[in-house]
Design a protein around this ligand. Structure first.
Ligand code: ASP
Length: 325
């Protein structure tokens, strides 16, 4: 028995030194559960840059493990070694997938360490360039007459675009044909090419296309109009007749459960520095996103917030009666 304790103490001491030295020059991987070039990927790459300095200049690699509305990438991190070198950056899917999927290969409450929230991002309803509808009213009329033939892209069941589309269809009381992608970067490519008709996506993916007039912007999903120059003239869904329609997406950072506390602290401290980084803030604001500057930077508050989001979206999703296996 004594021997066992001694061994445990040596192991703990060895681990403690390691945790103290983290990251010690070893690259960190941030898993993004959506395709490269999309909004979640974009936040991850910008954040990786901002995290580098407070993490002693270490390399941070983004790994796009996309598919099944983020659940494949989330599961990968839930099962990854809990040494701080594999992290997950994902969005509202952390709160919608537990409600939408009958079976999930992870538990959002017990399989992850919460590291802090990163940003809040509004969404925009955008259409392919060929659409004739000049405004939301005309779009709504066109959708109503389409008999379910309108193609609405999304990033899979549980994604932000899926959630927005779900709420949108239930408000309009119409069904559309949904087309799932591994992320909204490929969905946007198809929208630009006219293969799909509509996409509801984060401003971090749509702002530059709206600015370049490559897509038709119909509405924003916030209650107030946005202040970002390229987006400020787009009406809200609320003012377009969908009273109280509001969807804002957030992104957060996670580690596998059981990652040592000193490592979690070091990453959370670095995240707080990154969230104050003027370059990171400028990039995010230019794309309509708001960098978190409140108590949700704290792991416990981040977790409470996600739990509240599960409670908020649960009834809405259940009412829509949509589940995935
Ligand atoms: N914006 C996507 C979504 O709809 C995900 C992504 O590609 O970042 O959830």
């Amino acid at each position: 028995m004594k021997k066992l304790f001694a061994l445990a103490a040596i192991a703990a001491a060895a681990f403690g030194v390691h945790a103290q030295d983290f990251p010690g020059g070893k690259p960190i991987t941030i898993v993004v559960p959506f395709a490269a070039g999309g909004p979640t990927d974009r936040v991850a790459r910008d954040l990786a840059e901002a995290l580098r300095k407070p993490l002693d200049g270490v390399s941070i690699v983004v790994d796009n493990t996309a598919g099944a509305g983020s659940t494949i990438g989330n599961a990968k991190v839930a099962r990854a070694k809990n040494d701080g070198y594999t992290l997950l950056l994902t969005h509202v899917g952390m709160a919608t997938t537990p409600v939408l999927y009958r079976k999930l290969p992870y538990n959002y409450e017990t399989d992850f360490e919460y590291l802090g929230l990163i940003n809040d991002v509004p969404m925009t309803l955008v259409g392919k360039p060929q659409l004739e509808a000049k405004n939301f009213k005309e779009l709504r009329d066109w959708i109503s007459k389409s008999g379910g033939k309108v193609n609405l892209g999304n990033a899979g069941v549980g994604s932000a675009s899926h959630l927005c589309g779900l709420l949108f269809q239930s408000e309009l009381k119409v069904e559309m044909t949904t087309v799932p992608y591994k992320g909204t970067a490929p969905a946007m490519a198809d929208l630009l090419g006219g293969q799909i008709d509509l996409l509801c996506d984060q401003t971090t993916n749509t702002t530059s296309q709206i600015e370049a007039k490559k897509v038709k912007p119909y509405a924003v999903t916030t209650l107030k109009r946005l202040s970002t120059p390229a987006l400020k003239d787009i009406p809200t869904l609320d003012e377009s007749g969908m009273k109280n329609f509001q969807v804002t997406i957030w992104h957060g950072l996670y580690a596998p459960k059981g990652t040592p506390a000193p490592i979690l602290k070091k990453i959370n401290d670095a995240l707080k520095v990154a969230l104050k980084d003027p370059d990171f803030i400028k990039k995010e604001e230019g794309l309509g996103a708001v960098v978190v500057n409140d108590k949700r930077m704290e792991p416990a508050e981040h977790k409470k917030f996600v739990q509240a989001e599960v409670a908020r979206f649960g009834p809405v999703i259940k009412a829509a009666g949509i589940y995935a296996d």
